[in-house]
Write a protein that binds this ligand. Structure first.
Ligand SMILES: [Fe+2]
Length: 346
């Protein structure tokens, strides 16, 4: 067989196979949506079930670690079954865009409901929930009037009193990227060195571990995402509640740019086989009901204006959020990581 004949033969085989697959699964083009989610099953499955009940569109869900799923999408290429990729942090959403595994999605609903700074300029990803990364302090050992800004974390008064996650954590990378954008590389590097000097212990562990360390007296202040604090408060476990009750929340930079906010987000994959259903799913995720659900279940802030937040979020108080274009944080991710490395932030 000549090369073109072989190619034609294989194309026929692929066509027949895909017809067979479609008929065995019973799916026509838009009656199913396949989702790869770096969010835990408990944080997406109930919404998918509600989506199915409302639209009749079935779903397949694969959950996994963010970087692993991204790698899988890259390796699968055109053969990927995934229509939608859900992940946390703009650093990772931007990585997905750079890896060329997403496609632009034009949706009037998404463009009108998701603020411009919380979505990609080329419509390849959209923020689905907001998470604030702010300062938490020991109520026993810290006078909150001594707290002010992220910049202030480098002050000498916090020597050996600060604990925080390592520089491999993307939440911290995005926070540092925001500082680079706001105050420039030089000042951010000097700041990072000050922060490192203030560490009470080698960086490590997750956000919850930092809160536990404050409660246990291993450090006096930390920086974590607010939903981890909400999770402890609402855990129903007296020990965890006791940890949270020893700690206060402080909203930094309220007199200037506002507190650092990041997103979890989603995009339609470049090789989606069900782009219509994928679009419907993303639009469903920004309805007031879905947005309220994120607030109630995971204490995350809505991206839309008309969603009601949870009692827990209301108790955290109103705050001014940094409205920086989040794409910038993704673009500066490498700079942030290199800067943290130079500053000795392990
Ligand atoms: Fe998290």
């Amino acid at each position: 067989m000549s090369k073109t004949r072989i190619t034609r033969f294989f194309l026929c085989v692929v066509a027949v196979l895909s017809l067979t697959l479609n008929s065995t699964t019973g799916y026509t083009e838009d009656s199913v949506v396949n989702v790869y989610s770096a969010r835990k099953e408990a944080l997406i499955l109930p919404l998918l079930e509600r989506f199915k009940a409302e639209t009749g569109i079935d779903f397949q869900l694969v959950t996994g670690k963010a970087d692993g799923l991204l790698k899988r999408l890259e390796i699968e290429g055109e053969a990927t079954p995934a229509d939608v990729f859900i992940t946390t942090d703009v650093g990772r959403l931007q990585r997905a865009k750079s890896a060329n595994i997403l496609q632009a999605l034009d949706s009037e609903i998404l463009q009108s409901r998701v603020p411009a700074n919380l979505r990609d300029n080329d419509n390849q990803w959209y923020g689905m929930s907001r998470r604030a990364r702010v300062i938490f302090y020991s109520k026993d050992r810290v006078d909150p009037s001594k707290l002010s800004t992220y910049e202030g974390l480098a002050d000498e008064q916090w020597r050996n009193r600060l604990c925080i996650r390592s520089s491999s954590n993307i939440y911290n990378q995005s926070l540092v990227a925001s500082l680079i954008e706001h105050i420039g590389v030089e000042k951010t590097e000097a700041w990072a060195k000050g922060v490192v000097t203030n560490f009470s212990r080698k960086p490590g562990g997750g956000d919850t571990n930092q809160l536990e360390a404050v409660a246990a007296g291993q450090c006096d202040i930390t920086v974590v995402n607010t939903y981890y604090y909400g999770r402890l408060l609402n855990s129903g476990d007296p020990e965890k509640v006791a940890v949270a009750e020893k700690i206060g929340i402080f909203w930094p930079n309220q007199d200037d740019r506002g507190a650092h906010v990041n997103v979890s987000g989603a995009g339609v994959t470049k090789h989606a086989k069900h782009p219509g259903a994928a679009k419907k799913l993303l639009e469903f995720l920004v309805t007031p009901e879905s947005q309220n659900w994120y607030a109630e279940v995971n204490n995350e802030y809505p991206v839309v204006e008309d969603a009601v937040t949870s009692d827990t979020l209301r108790a955290f108080g109103e705050f001014k959020a940094d409205e920086i274009d989040l794409s910038i944080l993704g673009e500066k991710n490498r700079d942030a990581l290199q800067l943290m490395d130079r500053a000795g932030w392990q």
